[in-house]
Design a protein around this ligand. Structure first.
Ligand SMILES: [Zn+2]
Length: 310
């Protein structure tokens, strides 16, 4: 009798000791993670806004380190998504960028309502991203080149192309044509915006027509495809560049892999729809890591313009 009471005590003493070590303060907790057992507490242990896990190499990366590295993993060079403003900042010379049509916004011509209304979706994305729509356009300088630049942002409704994206890009292309400037469009998009139906699809023709006039003026257009560039954007201005370059590992295609697989009833080759796969088959001209992008764009523009003068 006395024996059993005695053995119980150490057990009840042992448990509080284990609890003391577990409510982890910041850094110490991840080394002791296996003791926790359940998967629920994993996220709580990592202080948000300081670290993130690289989806490719699974290493923990400091957010600050990621920012300093143009949002590429310092360990494996995986390219994380980057916002439009941040990308513009990484490319153009300080104070040289004059934004165009900054306040243009969609009027919801179809009065679309799904799970939520299109208007409420737009409002929430405008609040969360600080942008009016999914593209920023303007005239700026990259080194000694004055040029027209558009950068899409995937974080605004999946970078979808509605009438505002189409109109802003068209106006930018027209400004480039009128002012005799080279053009760079950096795409990141899931495709046309379903909330604007046919009006979204019409942007494909409109942007392509404007590009034809730009090409007729013998001005260079470089299209940069970033992860992901799909569907209506891929099927219009993104693939009309004199030069088409992509970031490493970017998903690039028209229909999604699952749709193609279901339709063709065939197994897709490994690496299907990646930048590397498309380079190998000649659909794109080069793969350029983000950190080399500025220097390479200057190199290409130098070559284009020297050729044009000749
Ligand atoms: Zn990594």
């Amino acid at each position: 009798m006395a024996d059993t009471v005695f053995t119980r005590k150490p057990i009840s003493l042992a448990t509080p000791e284990a609890v003391v070590s577990s409510p982890g303060e910041a850094g110490t907790s991840f080394t002791k993670k296996p003791k926790m057992g359940g998967g629920k507490s994993k996220k709580k242990d990592i202080p948000s806004g300081l670290w993130c896990k690289c989806p490719k190499c699974k290493e923990m990366v400091f957010d600050k380190e990621l920012d300093d590295n143009l949002k590429t993993c310092p360990k494996c060079q995986h390219h994380f998504p980057i916002g439009a403003r941040e990308r513009i900042h990484s490319l153009v010379e300080t104070c040289s960028f004059e934004e165009m049509d900054a306040d243009m916004r969609s009027l919801d011509a179809l009065q679309f309502t799904g799970v939520a209304s299109y208007v409420s979706k737009l409002e929430s994305y405008q609040k969360s991203t600080g942008m009016k729509d999914a593209v920023i356009t303007g005239i700026g300088s990259i080194m000694h080149h004055r040029l027209a630049l558009a950068v899409m942002d995937f974080s605004f409704l999946g970078g979808s192309m509605g009438s505002v994206v189409g109109e802003k890009i068209t106006r930018l292309i027209e400004a480039a044509t009128n002012r005799g400037l080279p053009l760079i469009l950096i795409s990141s998009s899931g495709g046309a915006r379903m909330y604007e139906g046919m009006l979204s699809l019409m942007q494909m023709a409109k942007t392509s027509a404007a590009l034809a006039y730009h090409a007729r003026a013998r001005l260079p257009y470089i299209s940069v495809l970033t992860h992901p560039t799909m569907a209506g954007v891929m099927a219009s201005y993104a693939t009309l560049g004199d030069l088409i370059i992509a970031e490493p590992g970017a998903l690039i295609g028209f229909a999604g892999a699952r749709v193609i697989k279901d339709t063709t009833q065939a197994d897709l080759p490994p690496g299907f729809q990646t930048a590397e796969f498309l380079l190998d088959r000649g659909l794109i001209d080069a793969i350029v890591p983000r950190k080399e992008m500025k220097a390479r764009l200057v190199f290409y523009l130098d070559a284009f313009l020297a050729n044009r003068r000749a």
